[in-house]
Design a protein around this ligand. Structure first.
Ligand code: PNS
Length: 168
């Protein structure tokens, strides 16, 4: 059984992440979408909320499941017996950070491979932080996240209904 782990903060999950998960699910017997606590980030949604949002977004993808983990990614990968860590790669700006993580993970767990799937062109500049920022200013996030998430995201992050955007 070939298992891949797709790790991330998923704060929140976007169409960009989902595209990578779906493509990984075609290549592996099982894909674990793993919400990993990134100590350098303060998240807008709790781990449980992010797990719920991923479950709601995956729809009918029989060989994908969702889990959460706090600790070293490689410890989780070893524990579930996965062969690969699958991540999406967007613009060059992702490369250095991802390369560093992939090398560190290779040192920690040589038997696992990090595999990068190139983003689809239309997701090149899509990120969770962009979705959060759009939501904060009342922008339209419908092109970037699954429909089932829009209300939760806007309720949490969107401006209050009577906001008039006046500064000062
Ligand atoms: O979506 P993100 O925030 O870019 O994902 C980064 C994440 C969570 C995959 C990364 O920070 C991670 O793997 N954290 C777990 C801690 C760990 O294993 N660190 C060593 C990797 S160098």
């Amino acid at each position: 059984m070939r298992i891949a782990v797709c790790p991330g903060s998923f704060d929140p999950i976007t169409h960009g992440h989902l595209d990578i998960v779906r493509r990984a699910a075609l290549l592996f017997d099982e894909v674990v979408v793993l919400v990993v606590t990134n100590p350098d980030k303060r998240c807008a949604f709790t781990v449980d909320e992010r797990v719920d949002m991923i479950r709601a977004s995956l729809g009918d993808l029989p060989n994908a499941r969702v889990d959460a983990y706090e600790g070293l990614l490689t410890d989780y990968v070893r524990r579930v017996g996965a062969q690969a860590i699958v991540k999406g790669l967007r613009a060059m700006s992702d490369f250095e950070y991802e390369f560093q993580m992939a090398l560190a993970n290779k040192q920690l767990l040589p038997e696992a491979e990090t595999i990068f799937l190139m983003t689809r062109l239309d997701n090149l500049y899509l990120s969770s932080s962009m979705v959060r920022q759009l939501a904060q200013f009342g922008g339209d996030i419908s092109k970037f996240v699954p429909e089932v998430l829009i209300e939760r995201i806007m309720t949490r992050l969107g401006p209050p209904a009577d906001a008039d955007n006046q500064v000062g």
